[in-house]
Design a protein around this ligand. Structure first.
Ligand SMILES: C[S@@+](CC[C@H](N)C(=O)[O-])C[C@H]1O[C@@H](n2cnc3c(N)ncnc32)[C@H](O)[C@@H]1O
Length: 190
């Protein structure tokens, strides 16, 4: 389907962004959205993924954070903070180790200087991975993280394999082919 068609579908189905279909494909393939679980949405604005989770799994508790403000999503607890500050948000940090699903669509600002962008993406992904490993439930936690195809991807996947027994890579149909974005999935925390 063309990018515009995904956007039209999102509009028709009442979602904030076409990005929901990337998440949907991965959640369906990995069967990682359960009826009731704590979900942590990292880099959540404008709220498409949080809204999707709450709609498909109304009994789940969704906690979302972003450096940008986010319009209210009914039933979602939003905090305008950087992921670096997550441990200072008592409502979230008191639930450390209890999350069944951590999703991250975080992307750093692109400078246009390739070496710097690759480094920034890697650093943010490592921080996200460490956060997920800390906040996920050990026995049944799943993690979905956006990253990009670049020279650090293999390294990042290896780091993920140190934290999760199962690691898979996804390029969902709704993700633009030319964008270079790709998603890593991790399950069964070590
Ligand atoms: C692609 S958007 C997320 C879209 C969202 N998944 C949706 O469906 O609406 C990426 C977000 O990551 C956020 N972000 C970037 N760096 C961040 C950080 N250090 N901490 C928290 N959020 C961050 C950006 O502000 C941006 O809103």
């Amino acid at each position: 389907m063309h990018a515009d068609n995904w956007a039209n579908r999102a509009k028709q189905e009442g979602y904030r962004t076409r990005a929901v279909y990337k998440l949907e494909e991965i959640l369906q393939k990995t069967k990682s959205l359960r009826k009731s679980q704590n979900v942590l949405d990292l880099g959540s604005a404008p709220g498409g993924w949080s809204h999707y989770i709450k709609k498909k799994s109304p009994n789940s508790e969704v906690y979302a954070i972003d450096i940008l403000d986010m319009e209210v999503v009914d039933g979602v607890y939003f905090f305008q903070n950087s992921i670096e500050e997550i441990d200072t948000i008592d409502v979230i940090s008191s639930k450390m180790g209890s999350f069944g699903l951590v999703i991250s669509d975080i992307a750093p600002n692109i400078t246009g200087i390739n070496a710097i962008d690759i480094e920034n993406i890697y650093e943010l992904n490592i921080l996200t991975l460490d956060t997920a490993a800390k906040y996920l439930n050990k026995s049944h936690g799943s993690f979905i993280m956006k990253t990009f195809q670049n020279s650090m991807l293999k390294n990042l996947r290896k780091k993920m394999e140190l934290s999760f027994k199962i690691v898979q890579t996804f390029k969902p149909a709704a993700s633009k082919k030319q964008s270079g974005e790709i998603f890593l999935y991790g399950a069964y925390k070590r």
